[in-house]
Ligand binder design. Structure first.
Ligand code: ATP
Ligand code: MG
Length: 441
């Protein structure tokens, strides 16, 4: 059973039992736009206990908000009882909820295109706020008075940007004015929720449009001032014919592929250290950004910490920023240095960001090709890991070395020779060790 036919089956069961029931929200909008639907939400006049009586194994997920999780035809759906939101406090939570009619339920939804109720049995759509006309005109508009709606819940400011960017819609003038006026209220929303919305915007191919919309309405100033600061930071036209650091960063963000949380943040932050390291040689007029990758990685760390990324994500994304200039050195590296670089745990994302970095500037993919080929030559199991060392600390001690820092240095040297292809077997490594012991002794 397809997801859609299962959703229709669930609606039908509710209706047969005498309840009003519809498909609602994103699935209705996406189908009208001719896009694939991702998940189906159901809205009904049935109370949560009436829903539970009709579907085995129903769970109450948001008992306070009247949301049940049901299973039908092996698919799960959220079924929400029509409700009317009460008073909002602190720009966030509704203080209370009352069950209401389908029209009440449409009125609490954020945008007209998200407030459409489809009856898939009769094939009709209930549209209380002109959502279908807005979809046809490709306009994003709040349900009700935008100022009131954004004051109720400031997260809607980011949702407005996300939907407008994703669908390439314009934003209705009154809605846009309220977004500009209320942009500072985004600070009432927790950083965790900022992160979730930002991630959703950035992984979509329309990411740069979302960044520009956030900038134009004033949200970016509060969410990512470090990205705003990239505007007007001039770069040498030799490497960057495309323009300033902001323009370049947006191109990189658009090009990066695959679009994972790690690659899109790596792309967005790769040059974040440039404003702080900008320098122009007074004689040659040449521009440089010495060590911008290191400063940038430290800044990325602060930004990602502020957005409450997990330690692992934060470390990996900062590493991508720190490593993005290393590609320029790859061709001149010793074999062992190259092997260490290619064995970094983020290498796939590094390559994705580097490729986008090139496509968003010179278009030259020589370094990328070089590294891809070097990686392809490695045995599969070594592409993500360094090979097992041929000798270890016990071998060194057996050969007469004392434990301590010098021994660590010795083993590192052995590993370099191994990676450079000068030591290929354990026997070779042991005899090299014996030789070192004699010369040291
Ligand atoms: P997506 O494709 O991104 O999931 P969606 O429209 O399904 O888009 P959800 O976040 O899944 O968005 O929310 C489902 C529906 O719930 C929305 O279509 C909207 O009607 C309503 N909704 C969600 N969040 C809010 C909010 N903060 N304020 C008002 N209504 C909301
Ligand atoms: Mg959804």
């Amino acid at each position: 059973m397809t997801l859609r036919s299962a959703a229709i089956g669930a609606v039908e069961r509710l209706q047969r039992a005498g309840h009003e029931a519809y498909l609602v929200g994103g699935c209705v909008r996406d189908r009208l736009l001719g896009l694939p639907e991702k998940d189906y939400d159901i809205a009904t006049g049935a109370r949560p206990e009436q829903v539970a009586a009709l579907f085995d194994g129903t769970k109450f997920v948001g008992a306070r908000f009247g949301v049940s999780l049901i299973t039908f035809g092996d698919h799960q759906f959220e079924v929400a009882t029509f409700r009317r939101d009460g008073i909002y406090v602190n720009h966030r939570h509704p203080e209370s909820v009352d069950f209401g009619t389908v029209e009440d339920d449409s009125t609490r939804r954020d945008f007209t295109m998200n407030a459409l109720f489809e009856d898939p049995i009769s094939g009709t759509i209930r549209d209380f706020h002109g959502g279908r006309e807005d979809l046809a005109r490709r306009v994003l508009r709040c349900v009700g008075d935008p100022t009131v709606r954004f004051r109720e819940d400031a997260l809607r400011l980011m949702r407005a940007v996300r939907f407008a960017a994703r669908f390439g819609f314009t934003i209705d003038a009154t809605t846009w004015q309220a977004m500009c006026d209320l942009a500072p209220t985004i600070q009432y929303i927790s950083p965790e929720r900022h992160r979730v919305e930002l991630n959703a915007m950035l992984v979509h191919p329309s990411a740069s449009r979302a960044i520009r919309l956030m900038e134009d309405c004033g949200l970016l100033e509060f969410l990512l001032p470090e990205i705003r600061a990239l505007h007007g930071v001039e770069q040498g036209t030799q490497f960057h014919p495309e323009g300033d650091v902001f323009v370049h960063t947006m191109l990189v963000l658009d090009h990066v592929e695959p679009r994972t949380v790690e690659t899109v943040w790596g792309a967005l932050l790769h040059d974040v250290g440039k404003p702080a390291t900008f320098a122009r040689d007074p004689e040659t007029r040449r521009i440089s950004f010495i060590d911008h990758q290191r400063i940038g990685a430290a800044m990325a760390d602060v930004i990602l910490e502020r957005l409450r990324f997990s330690n692992e994500e934060r470390e990996r994304i900062s590493a991508i920023v720190a490593r993005h200039m290393t590609f320029m050195e790859c061709r001149n590296m010793k074999q062992s240095t190259l092997r260490r670089f290619l064995s970094g745990p983020t290498i796939e994302s590094d390559l994705a960001v580097h490729r986008a970095d090139c496509l968003g500037s010179s278009g030259q993919l020589d370094y990328w090709d070089f590294c891809r080929e070097a990686l392809a030559r490695l045995p599969a199991e070594q592409q993500v890991m360094l090979p097992k060392p041929l000798i270890d600390g016990r071998d060194a001690i057996a050969a007469g070395f004392q434990p301590g820092p010098a021994l660590g240095q010795l083993l590192r040297e052995a590993m370099d020779l191994q990676l450079d292809g000068q030591l290929n077997t354990r026997e070779e490594a042991l005899s090299w060790l014996a030789g070192r012991a004699t010369s040291a002794g």
